[in-house]
Design a protein around this ligand. Structure first.
Ligand SMILES: NC(=O)c1ccc[n+]([C@@H]2O[C@H](COP(=O)([O-])OP(=O)(O)OC[C@H]3O[C@@H](n4cnc5c(N)ncnc54)[C@H](O)[C@@H]3O)[C@@H](O)[C@H]2O)c1
Length: 420
């Protein structure tokens, strides 16, 4: 029976068009879907997925359902749900969905609980919320889980901490760490969609502006690269000395947040860390500075600290823009309530990049089921054969051919005798 807690089933028509539009740019996932429809790898298996409820995710869930899964989907972020997509999944594809854009924290957790109470044997997470809840409060369900897939950097960090503490009860695949995921999704997906979210929310001109990027990992690199391409003067802040050198040699100014605060026009955090921008930084910012986050959780900006600095009511001045007027008379504009700006104010990553991430997710799921007897309660990397399959299929869909090693090259590469 299809169950749901969504905004409005009447939005299904628009959602279906969006799902089909995304599907067109997901040729690799379509192949996986056809394969699953034939091999029925998930037949009779209960699955719960806690992911951003977007058109791309809808196509992943459809592929898993085609493989026989009895799947329930809930949101992995209170602000990232596309309500029309949620409606279409329920009305057109018979998938149970618990997600409403803008849901409060209580509803968010109610939806997570509904996904857990589906009693899954396979789970998918974007940020580890489902695994954390199952591991801490549902020991019987934890004991039946064959495998779990994790989509993002923050989730993998939490899972590795659970593994270290002996709290991980079942095998998990770090899909985020696959190159077919982070090289493209984190870099080009977050890079482009973060610019998209900022522009949709503010109509901000990037050319000629000082853009401060906190964190020079894959996401920060992608965002910096896109802002530079649109004419911004990019400043990077980092805590890792190697990444800081990389940013400097990529041509960006590197400095501390304290130095960057008074000169930035736009600030974006992409670190996976907490309180990267704090009251001591907000107090130095120019009047009208724009601040946002594109890392996983809404704690990268110390919004509680900012609220305490505000003179009076915080004013919603545009969709996804809250203006805080500070006691020093200057104002700071926060986008998307400090949550992921690319999913809150825009549509998240383009389908073409999610094609690889979600094909990797789906094939890691197949691998976990096929190898369930060999797997331990550990964080596993996605096997190379899956990455190579996904990359080869993507290249083919792009009409790009690459060279093959000759027999002599294969021999040379494994030998050590040949030198100068
Ligand atoms: N917006 C999205 O759709 C999206 C997509 C993928 C990943 N993410 C999230 O974005 C975050 C970053 O992901 P990533 O793959 O780039 O991670 P990463 O580990 O490659 O990079 C994070 C960088 O932030 C730096 N950092 C940590 N604390 C800092 C601080 N206080 N100041 C400045 N720099 C600091 C680290 O040194 C590191 O270089 C994670 O939370 C991840 O889950 C978001």
């Amino acid at each position: 029976m299809v169950k749901c807690d969504i905004k409005d089933k009447g939005l299904a028509k628009k959602g279906k068009l969006r799902i089909e539009w995304a599907e067109h740019d997901m040729p690799v996932l379509s192949q996986v879907k056809e394969k699953f429809a034939k091999n029925q790898i998930l037949k009779g298996k209960k699955m719960s997925a806690c992911l951003h409820v977007t058109a791309e995710t809808a196509n992943l869930v459809r592929a898993l359902k085609a493989g026989g899964a009895d799947i329930v989907l809930c949101a992995s972020n209170p602000l990232s749900t596309q309500d029309d997509v949620a409606a279409s999944l329920v009305a057109d594809y018979g998938i149970s969905v618990y997600a409403i854009k803008g849901e409060d924290n209580q509803t968010y957790y109610k939806h997570l609980v509904a996904a857990v109470e589906h009693s899954p044997v396979v789970t998918m997470d974007d940020g580890c919320d489902l695994v954390t809840l199952i591991s801490s409060k549902y020991p019987k369900i934890a004991a039946q889980i064959i495998g779990s897939m994790e989509e993002t950097t923050t989730g993998v960090i939490r899972l590795k901490a659970m593994e270290r503490d002996g709290a991980l009860k079942f095998p998990v695949f770090a899909v985020n760490d696959a190159l077919t995921k982070n090289l493209f999704d984190n870099r080009y997906g977050t890079g482009q969609s973060t610019v998209d979210g900022i522009i949709r929310a503010t109509d901000f001109l990037l050319a000629g502006k000082n853009v401060v990027v906190a964190g020079y990992g894959w996401c920060g690199k992608g965002f910096s690269m896109r802002c530079k391409g649109m004419g911004s003067n990019v400043i990077v802040t980092e805590v890792n000395p190697v990444k800081a050198i990389e940013a400097a040699m990529d041509g960006f100014r590197v400095m501390t947040m304290a130095e960057a605060a008074p000169i930035g026009d736009l600030f974006c955090t992409l670190t996976g860390n907490m309180h990267v921008i704090r009251p001591e930084h907000f107090s130095k910012m120019k009047d009208g500075a724009i601040v946002c986050n594109s890392g996983h959780f809404d704690i990268e900006l110390d919004l509680k600290g900012l609220k305490k600095m505000a003179k009076k009511e915080i004013k919603n001045v545009r969709n996804f823009v809250d203006r805080y007027v500070l006691q020093n008379g200057r104002s700071v504009n926060v986008l998307a309530e400090g949550r992921l700006v690319n999913l809150g104010a825009a549509e998240g990553h383009p389908a073409s990049v999610m094609d690889m991430s979600f094909s990797t997710q789906a094939l890691a799921t197949e691998y976990a089921i096929k190898n369930k007897r060999k797997l331990m309660p550990k964080v596993y990397d996605v096997p190379d054969e899956i990455e190579n399959w996904v990359a080869t299929a993507k290249l083919k869909s792009m009409g790009i051919a690459i060279d093959k090693l000759t027999p002599a090259q294969v021999k040379y590469l494994v030998s050590w005798q040949e030198g100068t």
